[in-house]
Design a protein around this ligand. Structure first.
Ligand SMILES: [Zn+2]
Length: 210
């Protein structure tokens, strides 16, 4: 008899309670993940089943679907992938934590959510350029006071949460310039390996009606 047969199995439902509301995508309880981050509305919880991340307390399938609609890009939905290597490595420094974000998606969370609309995931493609930028910025976030400083400078400040003090912002600007190339040298192989295995930082998901 193997030892695994003696291991008690506790269903995720056992963790449900007022502090662990149901995941809007799959209904399993959400568990605490990160303390409140600059630019985000509250603490971040995550679903251990589908991987969805939820910022702040209130969450509903309708609201999560509305956020997915805002991520629409042509016939695809473009998500920063919480199940990416960048997301796992970066944690609170992950570049996908952009100010104002309420939901942090994974392919499985999107699959569960769009099932509410009788849709399925017809395809999922890695977005190489955006993924590289996301992983590159995640690496830079580990050495700066602010968050997404370099992408904020390149794309507009909507994605950035700059440091509070002037001297910190100056150091951040300098660090981002000095470390831009070393971070790129590390980010490129990470994404080249992660991309083909669905662990890329940014994915384009194509939904289709059943
Ligand atoms: Zn879930």
């Amino acid at each position: 008899m193997s030892t695994s047969q003696h291991t008690p199995v506790v269903p995720l439902e056992a963790g449900a309670g007022p502090d662990n509301p149901p995941c809007p995508a799959c209904g399993e309880p959400l568990f605490g993940w990160l303390a409140p981050q600059p630019g985000l509305a509250g603490a971040i919880s995550r679903c251990e089943s589908c991987g969805l991340g939820v910022v702040g307390g209130e969450a509903s399938p309708e609201e999560a679907l509305a956020e997915l609609d805002r991520l629409r890009d042509g016939d695809c939905i473009r998500i920063s992938n919480r199940a990416s290597w960048a997301g796992s490595l970066g944690s609170a420094g992950w570049a996908g934590l952009t100010p104002g974000t309420r939901y942090l998606f994974t392919v499985e969370a999107v699959r569960r959510l769009i099932a509410h609309r009788d849709q399925v995931v017809a395809g999922c493609r890695w977005a190489p350029g955006a993924s590289f930028a996301n992983t590159w910025q995640t690496l830079l976030n580990s050495v700066t006071f602010g968050h997404n400083v370099a992408l904020g400078a390149l794309r507009g400040n909507a994605v950035a949460a700059p440091a509070k003090k002037g001297w910190q912002r100056k150091i951040d600007a300098l660090a981002s310039i000095v470390l831009a190339i070393p971070a790129a040298i590390i980010a490129a192989p990470i994404e080249l390996i992660a991309g083909p295995t669905r662990r890329g930082a940014v994915l384009r998901i194509k939904p289709q009606l059943l």
